[in-house]
Design a protein around this ligand. Structure first.
Ligand SMILES: [Zn+2]
Length: 413
């Protein structure tokens, strides 16, 4: 499997180019919704959906005839739409996702994809977007390899980005875990970004709190304005761009952190917890949303960076009670609540920082899982760790979705 990397560049389209991009996005959304309608009918009738081949035929022979303006969008871009929808149905039939939903004009992510024909002109600082033409961009780094596809996204604040996927034609390094591996357990965290078993901490960037406070304030103001009025629109745009700024800061911090954890720590294996650890996120909606998103993003980045750098990855089951176990003696602290940031083990009197303790437990969990994988099945020690529930262990992880675009923009499904 070749390594694919996505590079995200800011686009600076002219007004005309922006209009054309928005038109293409509109065509894609319209096509998606009509295709979904078409699929839903056959799903109701026969309990099955259509292949993307069928859907492409439907686009060519039915939709484009009824709605000639769909030709504003490149044919291949519309084919990506049918590929996306049939993937969504496949996920639904596999029970990995709920039934595909219609895309609303307001809420859905505004993006479209162009397979193959993308060009990035590093010297001229421009990107060729099929259906639009050469669009000015800031090419802040030189992509390596052959271009695969380009995804253009227009954010609610009106900024545009191109995420360009490149295939560098080299294979991912095969992870080799030595007998005495260095393992780093990573505890993802509410207040801090992450705490690691090797002693490193990663804090949220300080600017983040300020901006989040400001965002809350603006949102409160927005809720008092009359919906749809000029002032509302203006404020809405301000909220969107602040929101994007926060996401950028967070993303940047996460990228730097995951690189350090996976690559710079010189670990042989990384141990992370399964997601949805999160009866804990009793926060208000906004920060919960951000938190959820960044947990997923951290995990996603750790996964693909392990793949890039040839590190093994162990995922502990999400029911593994990493924070409740005393990392020194294995005693189970069932009375631990979310408020307890620090506690002392009554058996061995070790003082624990909650997060560090969890990271240490994940680390030793990883060591055990790796040893078992290597064929030296050790008998489970005293069942302080409930082994039956514990382990979905994935060794570095070629099952990280091959279709997924690593490093690409936020929220790719
Ligand atoms: Zn203890």
């Amino acid at each position: 499997m070749h390594m694919q990397k996505a590079y995200r560049f800011r686009l600076y389209p002219t007004d005309g180019e922006m209009q054309q991009m928005i038109r293409i996005i509109g065509c894609c959304r319209f096509t998606y919704n009509r295709l979904l309608e078409y699929c839903s009918k056959s799903y109701k009738r026969r309990g099955e959906s259509h292949t993307s081949f069928d859907l492409n035929n439907f686009i060519c022979h039915t939709l484009k005839k009824a709605y000639p303006w769909l030709s504003d969008a490149p044919a291949q871009t519309l084919q990506c739409v049918s590929a996306d929808l049939s993937a969504a149905f496949k996920a639904f039939f596999r029970k990995d996702a709920s039934y595909p939903k219609y895309k609303s004009r307001r809420r859905s992510k505004k993006s479209f994809r162009i397979p193959q024909r993308g060009k990035v002109d590093t010297e001229g600082n421009r990107i060729y977007v099929q259906g639009v033409g050469w669009v000015n961009a800031v090419i802040h780094r030189t992509p390596i390899g052959k271009p695969k596809n380009i995804t253009v996204t227009v954010n609610p604040s009106g900024t545009a980005y191109a995420s360009c996927l490149f295939d560098d034609a080299t294979d991912a390094p095969v992870p080799s875990v030595p007998d005495n591996p260095k393992v780093v357990g990573v505890d993802l965290n509410l207040d801090r970004l992450a705490v690691c078993s090797d002693g490193s901490d990663y804090e949220n960037p300080r600017t983040l709190k300020q901006y989040e406070k400001k965002l809350k304030h603006l949102q409160r103001m927005l809720s008092k304005k009359k919906k749809g009025s000029d002032n509302w629109m203006k404020l809405k745009r301000e909220v969107s761009s602040l929101y994007e700024k926060i996401a950028d800061i967070r993303n940047d911090a996460i990228h730097k952190m995951t690189k350090r954890i996976v690559c710079d720590s010189q670990a042989d294996a990384i141990v992370a917890e399964g997601l949805n650890v999160s009866g804990m996120m009793r926060n208000d909606k906004l920060s919960k949303h951000i938190q959820d998103a960044s947990f997923h993003e951290i995990r996603r980045q750790i996964e693909y960076k392990c793949l890039w750098y040839g590190k093994a990855l162990v995922i502990a089951d999400r029911f593994y009670a990493s924070s409740r176990i005393c990392s020194a003696c294995g005693w189970h602290n069932d009375g631990l609540t979310l408020r307890d940031r620090e506690w002392e083990c009554p058996v061995c009197h070790t003082k624990h920082d909650r997060d560090r303790n969890a990271a240490l437990n994940l680390g030793s969990f990883g060591l055990k899982a790796l040893a078992r994988d290597a064929g030296e099945v050790k008998p489970p020690e005293k069942p302080s760790v409930d082994e039956s529930r514990v382990c979905t262990c994935i060794r570095s992880m070629v099952s990280v979705n091959e279709e997924k675009e690593p490093g690409c923009t936020r929220g790719s499904p």
